[in-house]
Design a binder for this molecule. Structure first.
Ligand code: S3P
Length: 173
């Protein structure tokens, strides 16, 4: 495994549980974890919603790309990515090169229940239905992923255990 190719990277739609699952895996496996949204909010001194409204979505995507470019030199990390990180081809290339990409899959039917009523997610502003946005992105998540873990029927602990089981089966933990 190359130096950069060792991170554990969680991708998937809003509401899939990426942030909580990343924290659990990191705690149980004694690894560090980074939630990219939280990292960028601290770095910029603005919420994700403010970055979107003051600078636009492209500027936020630029921050995501710049952040991913810093990952090869970091210690092994469980990374929780924002749901839209896969939109850019450059990000998809970076993700694939950085480590094992785990897709936490939530079905379009469940997305509405999971993210309904979020006020801190700028893309859920009514312009597009969340289940439709997920349908548009599904193929990109699948294209980048090395592993897929379904989350519809599972709680955070169960999902985290399943990710660990699959990584162990691949000799990556
Ligand atoms: C986004 C998802 C959010 C955040 C931003 C854009 C998206 O992250 O990065 O609001 O495009 O799906 P979560 O998936 O952690 O909610």
């Amino acid at each position: 495994m190359g130096l950069g190719k060792r991170h554990i990277i969680l991708i998937g739609f809003m509401g899939a549980g990426k942030s909580s699952v990343a924290r659990k895996i990191a705690r149980w496996q004694h690894l560090s974890s980074i939630d990219i949204d939280v990292y960028l909010e601290r770095q910029e001194g603005l919420s994700v919603t403010q970055i979107f409204s003051e600078r636009g979505e492209e500027a936020f995507r630029d921050l995501e790309t710049a952040f991913l470019e810093t990952m090869p030199s970091r210690e092994r990390t469980v990374l929780s990515c924002g749901g839209g990180i896969v939109i850019r081809q450059r990000n998809r290339e970076l993700l694939k090169a950085l480590g094992t990409v785990v897709y936490l899959r939530v079905s379009p039917e469940n997305v509405l229940r999971r993210v309904g009523g979020s006020s801190n997610r700028p893309l859920l502003n009514g312009a597009i239905a969340p289940d439709e946005l997920l349908r548009q992105r599904q193929q990109l998540y699948e294209e980048v992923a090395n592993l897929t873990v379904p989350t519809d029927e599972c709680g955070i602990n169960q999902v985290a255990r399943e990710v660990i089981r699959k990584l162990k089966a691949r000799g990556e933990l």
